[in-house]
Design a protein around this ligand. Sequence first.
Ligand code: GLU
Length: 475
Amino acid sequence: MSVIVRFAPSPTGYLHIGGARTALFNWLFARSKGGKFLLRIEDTDRARSTEDAIQKIFQGLEWLGLDWDEEPVFQFARAARHAEVAHRLLAEGKAYRCWSTPEELEAMRAKARAEGRQPRYDGTWRDRDPSLAPAGVDPVIRLKMPQTGETTVQDMVQGEVTVANIQLDDMVLLRGDGTPTYMLSVVVDDADMGITHVIRGDDHLTNTFRQVQLYRAMGAEPPTFGHIPLIHGPDGAKLSKRHGALGIEAYRDMGMLPEAMRNYLMRLGWSHGDADVISTEDAIRWFDMAQVGRSPSRFDMQKLTSLNAHWLRARADEGLIGLIRPILEGAGFTLDEAGTARLQAGMGGLKARCRTLVELAEAAAFYVEPRPIRIASDAAKLLDPAARERLGAVAARLAAVEPFDEATLEAECRAYATEIGLGFGKLAQPLRVALTGSTVSPGLFEVMVVLGRDEVGARLEDAAAGRNPEKNSRR
Ligand code: GLU
């Protein structure tokens, strides 16, 4: 039997970290087994489902590189099919109509609570003659749950879990207005789509027992379930907006790479030995639900950022230029041919120092900034009159130095510092500030080579003449 799994988000909000991780586990499971990964949009909550949320789910999955097989299924469009199944179960005597009013249901719940029992439907209409139905009430259709025995689920993550059937009340399949409930829709869709494995958050575990009974009533084989523990915040509480739980696009905007996001999310609950840095190819090779732990994992921004730094370094320079281009352009820089060539030449030194694309774009900006470059205010202090005079002298010496390579440039600058009896550091920092606008940058002589003789000369002259505007924020 080949594997078919699905990701079934409700489009009532953004695609958050937990949903993205559920999608990733399903995708890895499918890809590791040569099976199919389907997408079903559970848009039955008409009041809360939005087109914008649907688009965000598609875009988020695309950005993460989680490609789905076949056309997405929209659950609301299948409502007639869900109702048909409820009516079939009714005709087969496996479900029944219930005319209990909201007031009666509330009274049942109150009584159960007073007697210290779980509030549940008491089965009033299970065997009652429908001819006793009151006028003016639209009946719901309920499933006849077994009242004896147990329901056991062999969960891929939670192991064997059992509940006494007496705990399962006769759940509503079809509401009085003819609309299907979530429990009915999800089971009918999973059965019709041929889903073999349901991998989802463990907040759905308690639904599973009743869903299993519904499969049996329908004469369908229940799929294998795997309920993955939820993601918690750093403080151990369930991840929420309070922890800055954001839509997946927020991480893209922070400058995370999809491969880093995949690496981070797969490690939230799944492990392979003590490997931390795991490529998607290896994950597909190694993924196994048996290695998914039962305890909740904690979201850790620092861990994500450090994995991102790793994957950033692993990217080809060319690709990184393409990724930071929109960020630089958004900040008002223009990438002409010369600027692009500098980025190409300087990328190795830049990416080694950055953890995100946003940091990379900020660090790279001085290579494409038109003269006179702006100087961060904390760095501008280093350009006092004495330093500016020395920068003018260095500009004159470097105008003729041959060859214009790192070793020769360094030798020339050191020779000058020695001649004037200045520690090399005292010369190097103002040089760095004049060339990059900041006290932090890739290696000074690497920067000089990337900028080239003319630009180095011009930037040093700018600083010597005090032409650079200040900018307030540190870059
Ligand atoms: N639509 C449900 C949710 O977003 C998931 C249902 C399921 O996976 O069975 O929580």
